[in-house]
Ligand binder design. Structure first.
Ligand SMILES: [Zn+2]
Ligand SMILES: [Zn+2]
Length: 213
């Protein structure tokens, strides 16, 4: 789904989710994020599946943390505050802010346990409002990883450590594994292991944002 299609689908979902008088402001908020997959994925998830299964709208998004293109976002609605993890590929509902994070993968991603996370993210007002990732020039323009962090695997901006070309397109995966095609998960894993041993090249905002315009 491209950005315009995603926005249109969100607007459609909102008609069923929002009470009439809340709709204009809620639509404005979505429109302000129309060039950013990361946040549109949250709007889409929220309006597809309302946490309380009753009319509600998103009033604000706050950035709690980000790592390697994954964004932990607190969503403030008319009813309550909720947590979402989101990336360029999609968004997942984590639960009410008050209940904290129980998702093991998410806790591992940020090196936290449930208690530490609960304490750390307790005061939502101390966290900044989320700025659409496409407006932040320190982030990879495709996968939104931070300057100095690894790209999300498969990001077309990642540079190949063997040939210096585009890792998603070059032939090194075949040369490194001795296969003509990578057909299954196991072969892909072998390649990723070799890639990690060689050392992946993190995103460099100064060099790479400019070359991509
Ligand atoms: Zn990237
Ligand atoms: Zn290569």
């Amino acid at each position: 789904m491209n950005l315009a299609e995603k926005e249109e689908e969100i607007f459609l979902l909102m008609k069923y989710a929002a009470a009439g008088e809340d709709l204009p402001a809620a639509r404005d908020l979505v429109a302000r994020h129309k060039n950013d997959h990361i946040s549109l994925n949250i709007f889409h998830e929220f309006y597809s599946y309302l946490p309380e299964a009753q009319n509600d709208v998103i009033r604000a998004l706050r950035l709690l943390w980000k790592r390697e293109g994954n964004f932990l976002i607190a969503v403030t609605t008319t009813i309550d505050n909720y947590l979402y993890i989101t990336s360029h590929e999609g968004s997942e509902y984590l639960g009410r802010h008050e209940d904290g994070i129980w998702d093991k993968e998410v806790l591992e991603l940020f090196d936290l346990d449930h208690g530490t996370a609960l304490e750390k993210f307790k005061d939502l007002n101390s966290f900044p409002l989320y700025v659409p990732a496409n407006m932040d020039l320190r982030l990879c323009p495709v996968c939104a990883t931070d300057h100095g962090d690894l790209h999300r695997l498969g990001c077309p901006v990642e540079i190949c450590p063997w040939c210096g070309g585009q890792l998603a397109k070059c032939n090194c995966r075949f040369e490194q594994t001795g296969k003509e095609v990578l057909k299954n998960e196991a072969q892909l894993k072998t390649f990723i292991a070799r890639l990690n041993t060689k050392g992946r090249i993190p995103f460099n905002a100064t060099e790479q944002s400019l070359t991509l315009g």
